[in-house]
Write a protein that binds this ligand. Structure first.
Ligand code: AKG
Length: 293
């Protein structure tokens, strides 16, 4: 089994789990190569438009985006799964190691949830320096960004760092066990965040996780992202999976079967071209509100 019984029990007890060494370099390398190509294309475009003067061609994945964003934040605009629609990313959403882990927590019939993101958190020296690009995501439960029809759905977040995520580079902080209180009312204040008077008082855990690992959280686990005080970009993916057949919380966006019985697959597995077409169709329509308060 991909997770031990102890790990599964820990997840059920605490509402989160850090599982290290799930992926090998070769699992993540195609995704990183695809992101590198997208960065390169954007750098070339912005250079041609005179918006940047240095394409930072010699720089590695870990730093290049930050060097480009210091010249123009436009390079990072819309740098997300549903806009880039990369074939390597689509393949990764079916990665057998990832799905083996998902199956341990969700059972045999697993669907990929459309709430899925690439996050690039640029270095920040602290107060006095304006952060470039993504700021910290404040304390929230992921249920807050799903529609209420999915209240009964088990939707699990798989937060996957593409560099080592530490207290220095910026990682998740979670409040263990407090998911038992269920949904806490949120408000819009620097991002969707748990109302101050409802914020659980327990001590947060800093969920450091090396590249190759996964931080899993249930949809009621309060969590936030911490600042990146390092010299590299804190790259990560946050993917979500749910039990096939239950509402995804985003019925206007594509969910699809990634694992399960042949019957389930017949009704919901899709190929790369269909995935791209479904996202383009969904994004062309006026965006429905998904955030709850
Ligand atoms: O990556 C981050 O810093 C925040 C991600 C997050 O809060 C989430 O995936 O729900």
């Amino acid at each position: 089994m991909a997770l031990t019984i102890e790990q599964i029990v820990d997840f059920q007890t605490n509402g989160y789990l850090i599982a290290e060494d799930i992926f090998a370099e070769e699992d993540l390398a195609p995704v990183i190569a695809e992101l590198n190509r997208a960065i390169d294309e954007r750098a070339n475009e912005l250079y041609a438009q005179g918006k940047i003067t240095d394409r930072c061609e010699g720089e590695p994945f870990e730093t290049r985006m930050a060097s480009l964003m210091r010249q123009s934040t436009e390079v990072g605009r819309g740098f997300d799964i549903m806009y880039l629609l990369g074939p390597a990313m689509f393949e990764f959403l079916h990665n057998p190691k990832l799905l083996d882990v998902a199956e341990c927590l969700l059972g045999r019939d697993v669907s990929c949830n459309p709430i899925q993101h690439i996050r690039l958190k640029t270095p920040w020296k602290g107060e006095g320096e304006q952060p470039i690009g993504m700021e910290n995501v404040p304390w929230h439960q992921d249920a807050a960004v799903t529609t209420e029809d999915s209240e009964a759905s088990e939707i699990i977040t798989f937060w996957i760092p593409l560099v080592d995520a530490t207290a220095r580079t910026g990682c998740m902080q979670v409040i263990p066990r407090s998911f038992r209180r269920g949904y806490l009312t949120h408000q819009a204040a620097g991002g969707t965040t748990i109302r101050g008077d409802l914020m659980p008082g327990e001590q947060p855990v800093t969920a450091e996780c090396r590249k190759g690992g996964i931080v899993m959280m249930n949809k009621y686990t309060p969590h936030r992202g911490t600042s990146n005080r390092s010299d590299i970009v804190r790259w990560s993916l946050d993917l979500r999976f749910h039990k096939t057949g239950s509402p995804s919380g985003r019925s206007d966006q594509p969910s699809f079967v990634v694992r399960g019985s042949e019957e389930a697959a017949e009704h919901g597995a899709i190929d790369y071209e269909t995935w791209c077409a479904l996202w383009r169709e969904a994004l062309a329509k006026p965006m429905k509100g998904h955030h709850r308060v």
